[in-house]
Ligand binder design. Structure first.
Ligand code: NAI
Length: 342
């Protein structure tokens, strides 16, 4: 069986799930690392590298793995992998397309409710010994418009939840899914119209070159005054400087963010300096700190995927990708050409 010969190295595996991963990987030679992958700790014998989002796998690293045959991204987004470099070496990059649609949408909704009902200010006040609601007035969701940018798996779940709150929904997607719009009773609009009409805008789009700073200095001004921006997709979809200006001018009432551009540097500012960073990265880091400290924001540490059920689904789907590959059947390869959606 070819599966016996494959060496699979996992990186960034949470300690509490190590045993689960090991049990699922019977029949392979498996190494499991809790820390993210680096040039220093890479298993040079690995046929397969399985990595979570904190593990950036760049061109240099891909070239430094002589036996590498497959990359398993333990996530939906795969912008932490240099997929082009992998593709050039005919190495498939297999992701987990479906694990977290309800999980991430639930987190996005938690951010929406946290902002609109001033939950964190409220609990902070009570814990500080002040039992007084003055100054904590929120806004209803019923009758408000939610703008969903990216109506894929997660976006569709968010729309279902918004329907439960009796909200109106506008969607924007370069590949509109008319059937979905009919079933869930929402309308597609242009990006500009969605920004102008929505009380809450939520991003559910992959980070590609053409979606980098999708929300930027120009179009953030087109957002409805007093709107909220929610981002549980990828930090670099939003220009942080544009967001800081919109928060400071009170054009936006607030932002709920699970992701920030260059978020890996937030906890490790020294790594930013050591990486030979550019001026713009220092600026991004400064903007991130202003966003985190701003009273009208809720920032969570890329935690939207992180439910007990979703973690198991991520591992199960990753193992299925690896087992299929070992049998000669490549599934969920993001480097393969995809048919266009309707
Ligand atoms: P999906 O692939 O099902 O949906 C993405 C949708 O975005 C597609 O319908 C696509 O046509 C659309 N799209 C592409 N370019 C666009 C553009 N320029 N403007 C508007 N729409 C565009 O992906 P899914 O499962 O809904 O996930 C969305 C993103 O959420 C992922 O790419 C990932 O980056 C992020 N994510 C974040 C997690 C977290 O823990 N914070 C966990 C899981 C996913």
């Amino acid at each position: 069986m070819p599966t016996k010969k494959l060496t699979v190295a996992f990186y960034g595996i949470w300690p509490e799930i190590k045993d689960y991963v090991r049990a699922k990987m019977s029949g392979f030679h498996t190494t499991i690392h809790t820390e993210p992958i680096s040039l220093e700790n890479m298993n040079k014998d690995a046929d397969v590298i399985a990595i979570f989002v904190e593990s950036a796998l760049d061109k240099k690293m891909i070239h430094a793995l002589p036996k590498l045959k497959m990359i398993a991204a333990m996530s939906t987004g795969y912008d932490h992998v240099d997929a082009k470099a992998a593709q050039a070496k005919k190495i498939p990059v297999c992701n987990v397309p479906f694990y977290g649609e309800n999980t991430v949408a639930e987190h996005a909704f938690a951010l929406i409710l946290g902002l609109t009902r001033k939950l964190f200010l409220s609990t902070k006040r009570v814990k500080e010994g002040v039992y007084d609601y003055h100054g904590l007035r929120g806004t209803d969701l019923k009758g408000k418009t939610l703008g969903v940018i990216g109506t894929g798996h997660i976006g569709a779940h968010l729309i279902k939840m918004a329907n439960g709150f009796e909200m109106n929904v506008l969607g924007y997607d370069p590949y509109p899914n008319k059937e979905l719009a009919k079933t869930l009773g929402f309308k597609y609009a242009t990006l500009d119209k969605l920004l102008a009409k929505s009380d809450i805008v939520s991003l559910h789009v992959p980070l590609f070159k053409n979606t980098y700073h999708l929300i930027n200095k120009k179009n953030i001004k087109k957002m409805k005054p007093g709107a909220y921006l929610i981002n549980t997709a990828r930090g670099a979809l939003v220009d942080p400087e544009a967001l800081v200006s919109a928060l400071q001018s009170k054009q936006l009432a607030g932002a709920g963010l699970d992701v920030l551009e260059d978020e890996n540097f937030i906890q490790h500012e020294e790594a930013l300096m050591a990486s030979g960073c550019k001026e713009c990265q220092i600026k991004t880091n400064l903007m991130n700190n202003i966003i985190i400290d701003h009273p009208d924001t809720i920032v969570t540490p890329h935690n939207a995927f992180n439910s007990t059920e979703a973690l198991k689904r991520i591992v199960d789907a990753t193992v299925e990708n690896i087992r299929s590959f070992a049998k000669g059947e490549i599934i969920n390869d993001v480097t393969a050409a995809k048919p266009k959606k309707k």
